[in-house]
Design a protein around this ligand. Sequence first.
Ligand code: NAD
Length: 382
Amino acid sequence: MRKKEIRVALIGHKFMGVAHSNAFRNLSMWMNLPVKVSMKCVCGEDSEENLSIFAERFGWESWDPDWRRVVQRNDIDLVSIATPNFLHKEIAIEAARNGKLIICEKPLSNNLSEAREMLDAVERADIRHCCGYTYRFTPSLALARQLVAEGRIGRIYNVFVRYAQDWISDPNFAMVWRFDKKIAGSGPLGDLSAHSIDATRFVTGLHFKEVSGNLQTLIKERPLDSAKPSGSKGSVTVDDVAQFLVNFEEGATGCFESTRLATGRKNYNTIEVNGEKGSIFWNFEEQNSLLFYDNQRSPKESGFAKINVTHDMHPYNGGWWPQGHGIGYADSFVIEFGLFIKSILENAAFNPDFRDGMECQKVLEAIEKSSVTRTWINLSQI
Ligand SMILES: NC(=O)c1ccc[n+]([C@@H]2O[C@H](COP(=O)([O-])OP(=O)(O)OC[C@H]3O[C@@H](n4cnc5c(N)ncnc54)[C@H](O)[C@@H]3O)[C@@H](O)[C@H]2O)c1
């Protein structure tokens, strides 16, 4: 595709809306792309006044609270979806019908059948698509993938993956959309473990064969209003803790947990991979480094080495900083969107796309099914 300008609309203007806005504003510069990214319109479920304040602050030319109107605009090339999960399908399918390029936040959808419909819609419309598994664009995670691909840890035996936060440990933290299954699909399963599943696929290349899941809701009711903890309550209809065991096609095993009740853990997004020749340990809270254990070294010199991943040894280095000058959370979105747009300009492959989103959704669905039936579920049954 030869384009001088990509005109963007963003649907959603809160947490991810800010991350996306920052990325669109900066990616041409940081990723050195020969294209102008025009921030045409932002959409959110909010008052005209609040949307206009957001638009002015983050550099959007216009705003509109009606996403249907926005995705039909002729002056939009790319639609970026940063809404609660239940809206992803409807917006993405409508955007595909209108021939837009699409970036859609993770998890791709609320269940597997929606994910399949979305993949089908983008493939039929023959448009390019990205599913927002942003952590792939953290340089240290990309280095982990490189080390595994180069055979530095050899045959993989185990993956041990924990994603833990604590922002809802207080039982009086009030109801938000993330506790409603109809809106969110699931709790930490789709919110956090979805990232862990994608990170495992990305780093190891292993294929999920069968899972055994344990989903539990520990705080079943929460106040509707945090200022009135003893007032009316709402029911939490999603998991609070998602745990699952995995057997991979290649013979390796996996042990996963995610929770938002891990008091003291803020964004402890981790993955450890143990292989015949070594191990790696990645922790997003220390995103500018990676731990690597090389089993080929003599016992006197062995131990986990902390690699400083800030310069020319990772695939996203171009245009960033000299060694020791780390990058931050917002930068991974700049890299993600920059590489997505670059792949469109160069007609090259890009991952993660909706197929990756659908593959992840398949694992999530198997875990849910396993947790309900209390049996192992083979992904071929899904
Ligand atoms: N990539 C990541 O690491 C990451 C991190 C956080 C969230 N997410 C994903 O991003 C998505 C959004 O999460 P968030 O934390 O930004 O949520 P949020 O609650 O902070 O924001 C949701 C946005 O959607 C808008 N919205 C809701 N209903 C709408 C409607 N009918 N029309 C237009 N806009 C509407 C809201 O106005 C708001 O701007 C979710 O799918 C979530 O899983 C991804």
